[in-house]
Structures are given as C-alpha cells and as structure tokens.
Design a protein around this ligand. Structure first.
Ligand SMILES: [Zn+2]
Length: 120
C-alpha cells in the first residue's frame, strides 16, 4: 500500500517580483503556508515516517531560512513556483529513506492561491 503523508508549516517573508509588471513588483510580504508531502510504505515502526522527523528537517532546512527573510536574497524572482522549487531542492535528498521519498511541495501565497510541485 502507498501512503501520502503531509505536514504543514507557516512562515512570514518579504519579496518583490523582478520580472512582473504590476503591484507585486513592489516590496511586500505574505504569510506563506507550506505543505510537505512524502510518499511511501509503512516501515518497521508502522509509520511511513514520524511526523516529528518531518517537522525537525523542514524547520531546520527551510523555515529557519525563510521565516522573516527577504526571499530575493536567495531565490531569484521568488514566485510561489520558484519558492516551491527551492524548498524541493533543500529537502529531496534528506527526506528520502528505504521506504519513503519526497512527493510534493505546496506553497500558499494567500488563503486561496497556491502552487503544488510534484517532483520527479
Ligand atoms: Zn507577493
């Protein structure tokens, strides 16, 4: 059986879109929501992966860097799509084990607007 398991996070960050004509080209902020989803089988402990392990990895490698940051300093033209790619690249090699791997990264820019990146 295949499972999808997910954990959600929030972070506040500033950005401006450098290749965009409109109000988002000006400096502003969002409270972003992030969902990290793994796919896998049940392991020896009857879990795909402990939610606490996902929390520790994502907080250490992603949230600690993005929260209260100016995203343009390390993500070129930080659209929700480009943020999702950056998050994927931070996590893909770490959130990988014998019975699981990273499946998708979802970034909400507002309550109703989000992108979901399904990685390879
Ligand atoms: Zn924006």
């Amino acid at each position: 059986m295949k499972f999808l398991i997910s954990k959600e996070f929030k972070f506040d960050a500033a950005h401006n879109l450098t290749r965009y004509k409109g109000k988002c080209e000006r400096l502003h902020g969002h409270t972003y929501r992030l969902k990290v989803t793994l796919t896998g089988d049940i392991g020896q402990d009857d879990m795909v992966l402990d939610f606490g392990d996902i929390k520790e990895v994502v907080n250490r490698l992603v949230i600690s860097k993005l929260d209260h940051a100016y995203l343009n300093e390390f993500i070129d033209n930080p659209t929700a799509e480009n943020i999702a790619i950056w998050v994927w690249n931070q996590l893909k090699d770490i959130l990988q084990g014998p019975n699981y791997r990273l499946y998708s990264v979802t970034v909400w820019e507002t309550e109703s607007s989000y992108v979901e990146l399904i990685g390879d």
